[in-house]
Ligand binder design. Structure first.
Ligand SMILES: CC(C)(COP(=O)(O)OP(=O)(O)OC[C@H]1O[C@@H](n2cnc3c(N)ncnc32)[C@H](O)[C@@H]1OP(=O)(O)O)[C@@H](O)C(=O)NCCC(=O)NCCS
Length: 191
C-alpha cells in the first residue's frame, strides 16, 4: 500500500464553508472565529479502531426514525470487517484537533467514482467536515480519471441529500425498496 498523503485542495474547499467565505463581511470584534478547515488524509490500518468507534457512535443514533436495524448494524463494522471494506475502496478521514470526526470511502470502478459510507460525528456537524471529505472524494475521482462521482442516499435521510445538492451534485435517480426495503436517492456530479 502506498504511503498516506494529505489531500491537496481539501483545505481550501473546507475553508469556503461557514462565515469566512470570500466576499462576506469580516466577523465583528469578539465574534467566534470560523472553524479551521479539517485535515483530510488517506486512512491507514492505524486508523481502523477510531473509524469503527466513529461509525458506532454515528449509527447508534440514526439520523431518521424507522431506519431498519439491519442497515444500522451493517454500517457498524468491527475492525476486521472494516479492514475488508478497505479492499478496493480508498477511505479518507477528517481530523480536527487530532480527533477523527469524519470518514468517506471512494470506490473507482468502470471509470466512475462512488462515494460510500460517509459519516460525520454528531458533535462536528455543520462545520464543513463532509464538504471537505466529499472534496477529497472528488479529487480522488479526478486523480483516477473517473468521468463522474456518484453516491446513494437513503430517502429518509434528508441531511445527506441537502449536502449533495449544496455541493452541486444532481439528483439523477431513485431506487425503490433497494436497501433492506428502503428507498434510495442517487446523486451524481460529472467531472
Ligand atoms: C450528512 C452528513 C454527512 C453531513 O455532514 P456535515 O459535516 O454536517 O456537512 P457540512 O457541514 O459539510 O454541510 C455542508 C452543507 O450541506 C448542507 N447540510 C448539511 N447537513 C444538513 C442538514 N442537517 N440540514 C440541511 N442542510 C444540511 C448545508 O447546505 C450545509 O451548509 P451550511 O452548514 O453552510 O448550511 C452528517 O449529517 C452525517 O454524518 N449524518 C449521519 C450519517 C449519514 O446520514 N450519512 C450518509 C449516509 S447515506
Amino acid at each position: 500500500m502506498s504511503a498516506p498523503r494529505p489531500v491537496t485542495g481539501v483545505r481550501s474547499l473546507g475553508a469556503q464553508h461557514g462565515p469566512d467565505r470570500e466576499g462576506e463581511r469580516a466577523p465583528a470584534p469578539g465574534a467566534k472565529p470560523p472553524e479551521a478547515a479539517p485535515l483530510v488524509e488517506r486512512v491507514t490500518h492505524h486508523d481502523v479502531p477510531e473509524i469503527c468507534a466513529l461509525y458506532k457512535r454515528v449509527w447508534d443514533t440514526p439520523p431518521a426514525p424507522g431506519t431498519p436495524a439491519e442497515l444500522l448494524k451493517s454500517w457498524q463494522p468491527t475492525p476486521l470487517e472494516f479492514t475488508s471494506w478497505m479492499e478496493g475502496v480508498t477511505y479518507f478521514a477528517a481530523r480536527r484537533g487530532g480527533r477523527l470526526v469524519g470518514v468517506i470511502g471512494c470506490e473507482v470502478d468502470h471509470g466512475s467514482c462512488r462515494l460510500v459510507n460517509l459519516a460525520v460525528d454528531a458533535e462536528a456537524r455543520r462545520q464543513g467536515i463532509a464538504t471537505a471529505l466529499v472534496a477529497a472524494g472528488v479529487e480522488w475521482g479526478r486523480h483516477a480519471n473517473a468521468a463522474e462521482v456518484w453516491a446513494e442516499a437513503l430517502a429518509r435521510f434528508t441531511a445527506v441529500a441537502e449536502l449533495f445538492k449544496h455541493l452541486e451534485f444532481t439528483e439523477c435517480g431513485f431506487l425503490r425498496r433497494h436497501d433492506w426495503g428502503e428507498d434510495v436517492r442517487l446523486f451524481e456530479r460529472l467531472l
